[in-house]
Design a protein around this ligand. Structure first.
Ligand code: 16G
Length: 232
């Protein structure tokens, strides 16, 4: 078997083992799959890189838990985690207000001189880091909102409850990326781990832009699932 076939056979075999359990010893796996240790190691490395296996340095390789299926919908991180039975969390890493500038101004459909609140947050599920979000919101929409508020409250809930703003629609772009050293430390993954880069622009019912968010979601914890629009 070549590496790709070995990876598929190993993936099948791993499917029968409980998440969190250690991967059986290499020599047993190589014998079971009738492949060389070199081929096996390459197949293991591939399963690690796509998040089926987790390598803990100095400890060993383990079966990863199932990934969270993330829909491309307008839900908030908090709503999404509560629906899955996880405790949602946020840690504000930095927050500041400054003028939009040309590029962000265009995205938020405000003048370049307009003030924009930028909040950089780590998002957690049951205290596990899952994503990093860089939120930009026109200050005029959310007077008095601070980074601390967003460490303890859902942004979307605050928008509705305190500012009477409801997000109705949006556009979301999704690209593959790898984590930077800083992101890797925050997300507790190896440097250059695969991740999803989302860019979301959300609007109210009457079309006003509420947020432009750039988020990095862990590739080892998420898979993206989208409904296919009916054929025209
Ligand atoms: C999600 C949204 C983000 C939004 C946040 C609000 C993506 C890629 N991003 O993470 O745009 O600002 O939810 O979450 O889905 P919150 O209400 O829990 O603060």
């Amino acid at each position: 078997m070549n590496v790709a076939e070995t990876r598929e056979a190993l993936s099948e075999l791993v499917g029968g083992i409980q998440p969190g359990d250690p991967l059986p010893p290499e020599r047993d796996l190589a014998a079971r799959l009738s492949v060389s240790r070199t081929t096996l190691r390459k197949a293991i490395a591939e399963l690690v890189s796509i998040g089926r296996l987790v390598r803990r340095h100095g400890v060993g390789t383990f079966i990863a838990g199932p990934k969270l299926a993330q829909a491309l919908s307008a839900t908030s991180f908090t709503e999404d985690m509560l629906a899955r039975g996880f405790e949602p969390g946020a840690r504000t890493l930095s927050a500041r207000t400054r003028s939009a500038g040309a590029v962000l101004g265009r995205r938020l459909e405000v003048s370049p001189e307009s003030e924009v609140l930028r909040v950089y947050r780590l998002r957690l599920a049951d205290r596990d880091p899952m994503a990093i979000e860089e939120l930009h919101v026109p200050s005029a929409l959310v007077p008095g909102l601070s980074g601390d508020d967003l460490a303890s409250h859902s942004f979307y809930a605050l928008l509705e409850q305190c500012y009477g703003v409801r997000i109705a629609t949006g556009v979301q772009a999704l690209e593959p990326t790898v984590t930077t050293p800083e992101e890797s430390e925050l997300l507790r993954v190896p440097v250059h781990s695969p991740a999803f880069l989302f860019e979301r622009t959300s609007r109210t019912e009457d079309g006003q832009v509420v947020e432009f968010v750039r988020s990095v979601y862990r590739g080892d914890r998420y898979r993206i699932v989208a409904e296919i629009a009916p054929r025209g």
